[in-house]
Design a protein around this ligand. Structure first.
Ligand SMILES: [Zn+2]
Length: 151
């Protein structure tokens, strides 16, 4: 399962009752993207929740793909967001706190940690491939990103 399958909406029940409809707890589930993040119901949310929901839509659902918002861009952008937080030195626990403050989302720190470990391993593999191919510049760049992630 991808990390984006393990990101949940905080105050899920409260939001569903404000919207007078149900949607899955998982933030990136198709129905949640439709109902909570791009639905007309947004006006029914209390101010604080609406701000966060709009913020999320602006930051991750801003593409013009035909299949929007089911085109994969929101997931890709969210993964970059997580990696950027890590590169800024945030621990998995702190990353969970930040996504809560920014977008009213939560995840289990253990899931974030395994995602980060997997990302480092993926970069290590890419680094080895670049070395084998003699692509030193690419290898150096990957190595730099990997070190930023594993601080
Ligand atoms: Zn897209």
């Amino acid at each position: 399962m991808a990390i984006t399958d393990k990101i949940y909406v905080k105050n899920h029940r409260q939001l569903a009752s404000q919207l007078e409809t149900s949607f899955p707890k998982s933030a990136f589930s198709g129905a949640t993207l439709d109902i909570l993040f791009s639905g007309d119901g947004i006006a029914k949310l209390d101010d604080a929740s609406r701000d966060r929901v709009l913020e999320f839509a602006e930051d991750f659902l801003d593409c013009d793909c035909q299949g929007h918002p089911h085109c994969g861009c929101p997931e890709r952008k969210f993964v970059s967001y997580l990696l950027e937080l890590r590169e800024q030195g945030f621990s998995p626990e702190a990353i969970v706190d930040v996504m809560g403050d920014d977008y009213m989302l939560y995840a289990y720190p253990g899931d974030v940690l395994s995602f980060l470990d997997d990302s480092v391993r993926t970069l290590e593999a890419a680094e080895r491939l670049a070395d084998v191919d003699g692509r030193t510049k690419a290898g150096d760049e990957i190595s730099r990103r990997r070190r930023d992630l594993s601080r």
